[in-house]
Design a protein around this ligand. Structure first.
Ligand code: HEM
Length: 217
């Protein structure tokens, strides 16, 4: 094999490996953590105290650091890989307007939405309150903003819509790219799984937002 062919093969296999790692990290720990985070936010229906305990408090500062690393490092790696995919892959939905191609395009559009939403969310809800007050976001603050600051409400509604679609559709593409679904029948089932996951993730997100909006009154 020539040197050029050898280096092309090495580049292809290392980008394949990067894709596999980024895809795996997107499901675990990132996707699993996202589901758990949305579930915890539902305690907004119980009380301010319950929400602060399950969303913003940690048993030990080390637990907080560990969670931060476990979530933020995979998020960073997946984002870098995802941005690369956004620039190197092209949607062909205008030439072939098929359902699968539409979903491929929306997966990428939702990735851009998730990127902006997470940038704002991580800064405003996680970093800024700790820098300003030394503790996590207070329920009264987030509830007040949901009720009385329309841009916050709109950003959360649209941002969580993008996260729900991106993760739900991502679970389906993950299952395909890892060979978990291949036959026509299993592809049909994965379509069903995709929309069920989307509905559950969206219901958890918008449910928590609604509970905060009500409490903000
Ligand atoms: C809560 C954060 C996120 C989660 C849970 C998540 C989850 C996922 C999952 C499960 C997949 C499917 C992987 C596969 O098909 O094997 C995926 C694909 C993708 N993600 Fe994310 N993601 C997140 C944030 C982001 C961000 C911030 C970007 C940055 C732009 C991004 C860009 C992409 C792209 C472009 C793809 C499609 C890659 C392809 O199939 O070629 N994701 N994501």
């Amino acid at each position: 094999m020539s040197n050029a062919a050898e280096s092309a093969t090495a580049t292809t296999s290392s980008s394949f490996l990067r894709g596999r790692v980024a895809s795996l990290l997107a499901i675990a720990p990132l996707g699993v953590w996202t589901c758990n985070h949305l579930w915890n936010n539902l305690s907004a229906f119980q009380s301010a105290d319950a929400w602060e305990k399950s969303v913003t408090e940690y048993a030990h500062p080390l637990a907080q650091m560990f969670t931060g690393i476990l979530v933020l490092v995979p998020l960073m790696l997946h984002t870098v890989w995802g941005m690369g995919r956004l620039f190197t892959s092209r949607s062909n939905v205008s030439s072939y307007p098929m359902w699968e191609n539409v979903k491929y395009l929306v997966q990428r559009l939702s990735a851009i939405g998730v990127l902006f939403f997470l940038g704002a969310h991580i800064f405003k809800a996680m970093i800024e309150p700790r820098l300003k007050t030394g503790h996590g976001e207070r329920f009264v603050d987030i509830a007040w903003h949901m009720r009385h600051h329309p841009p916050t409400l709109v950003v959360y509604i649209l941002g969580t819509l993008a996260v729900a679609y991106h993760l739900a559709n991502g679970i389906a593409t993950f299952a395909m790219s890892w060979g978990l679904v291949a036959s026509k029948a299993s592809l049909r089932k994965s379509e069903w799984l995709n929309w069920t996951a989307f509905a559950i993730l969206l219901a958890m997100s918008w449910g928590s937002i609604y509970a905060m909006w009500v409490a903000g009154a």
